[in-house]
Design a protein around this ligand. Structure first.
Ligand SMILES: C[S@@+](CC[C@H](N)C(=O)[O-])C[C@H]1O[C@@H](n2cnc3c(N)ncnc32)[C@H](O)[C@@H]1O
Length: 295
């Protein structure tokens, strides 16, 4: 795993976080080279935290169309992009996504137990669009479009996203070892979630301080944003639907839990349970599915 700072355009490799303007960096990437994009771009809202921190490019929309045009190009055909956005600029974001070629196929609401602000409403959710490129396949078990926001302090970035709300999105739309790109990666929450799930990742961040934070996180030397417990599903209701632990899951080419661990060196010494990946429910027992070990 490497951390790279660039002054000229360099090829982007997996499991890397690069410092620079994502438009320029993505221009150096191959068409169709990533499996999923999960990103949290500036909301174009002139954000200022209580302690005066701001977000680069949150004061203008000049980057929006070129960035998503490149994001569309580097995403594989049949891939998904999930992008957070600011609700008060929904029209601007939707126009940019559609112009790039994306087709909105879903919308996710992240429900908070507290209000970020109180004005006309008590503002208690974040939101993201699920965008498709080309002919996409529907998941066997679609994830819910309402996800509970589990509060994690914004210790690493003023608009940090909790890793726990990102993992179900990655689980739901990628398979193990696929590449997840976050062109606006901030402190690297998406990258941590992807790594946590055994996916490969690519991060791009303009700000040197945030780039350094993301670099530390993916190297595992800054665990402040790491989830204490691995989240499984999105709500209590879904957790009940989890495939039971001591499974006789029909793992691909593998019959038992011990055999699974023995043949997956990364997880060899881990105690845990095996679950299907992406998440699926019990009615799939008896069929071959990809699995992973939950700690
Ligand atoms: C909303 S924040 C992402 C926060 C992130 N989700 C986290 O959990 O830390 C958006 C990030 O995009 C970065 N950014 C803005 N313009 C950019 C550009 N053109 N290229 C790359 N990063 C950019 C900002 O510096 C900021 O850190």
């Amino acid at each position: 795993m490497t951390a790279t700072s660039i002054t000229s355009i360099q090829p982007v490799t997996a499991d890397t976080v690069i410092q620079g303007d994502c438009i320029e960096i993505m221009r150096g990437m191959e068409t169709g080279s990533v499996d999923m994009i999960l990103t949290d771009p500036p909301y174009i809202a002139r954000y200022r935290s209580r302690d005066g921190q701001t977000v680069k490019n949150d004061d203008n929309a000049r980057w929006l169309r070129p960035a998503f045009a490149e994001a569309y190009r580097v995403l594989k055909s049949g891939g998904f992009c999930i992008s957070f956005y600011g609700w008060n600029n929904a029209d601007t974001f939707l126009a940019a996504w559609r112009t790039a070629g994306f087709r909105p196929v879903g919308h996710v609401v992240f429900r908070k137990r507290y209000a970020s602000a109180k004005r006309f409403l008590s503002y208690q959710h974040e939101q993201a669009y699920l965008l498709a490129k080309g002919q996409v396949q529907m998941p066997l078990l679609p994830i819910p479009d309402v996800i509970d926001w589990r509060y994690e302090r914004n210790a690493l970035h003023p608009t940090q996203k909790p890793v726990s709300i990102l993992t179900p999105l990655i689980e739901g739309f990628t398979s193990p070892s696929e590449i997840v790109l976050d062109p606006f990666c901030g402190s690297g929450s998406t990258l941590v979630a992807a790594k946590e799930l055994g996916r490969r990742f690519m991060g791009i961040e303009l700000d040197a301080t945030h780039h350094a934070t993301a670099t530390r996180r993916i190297a595992g030397t800054d665990n402040r944003g790491w989830p204490r417990k691995r989240p499984l599903y999105l709500s209590n209701e879904d957790e009940r639907a989890t495939v039971p632990s001591t499974v006789q899951l029909p793992l691909r080419g593998v019959q038992t839990f011990d055999h699974y661990r023995a043949t997956n060196p990364r997880e060899k010494n881990q105690q845990g349970k095996i679950v299907p990946d992406p998440p699926r429910q019990g009615q799939l027992l008896g069929r071959s599915v990809n699995c992973r070990c939950l700690l």
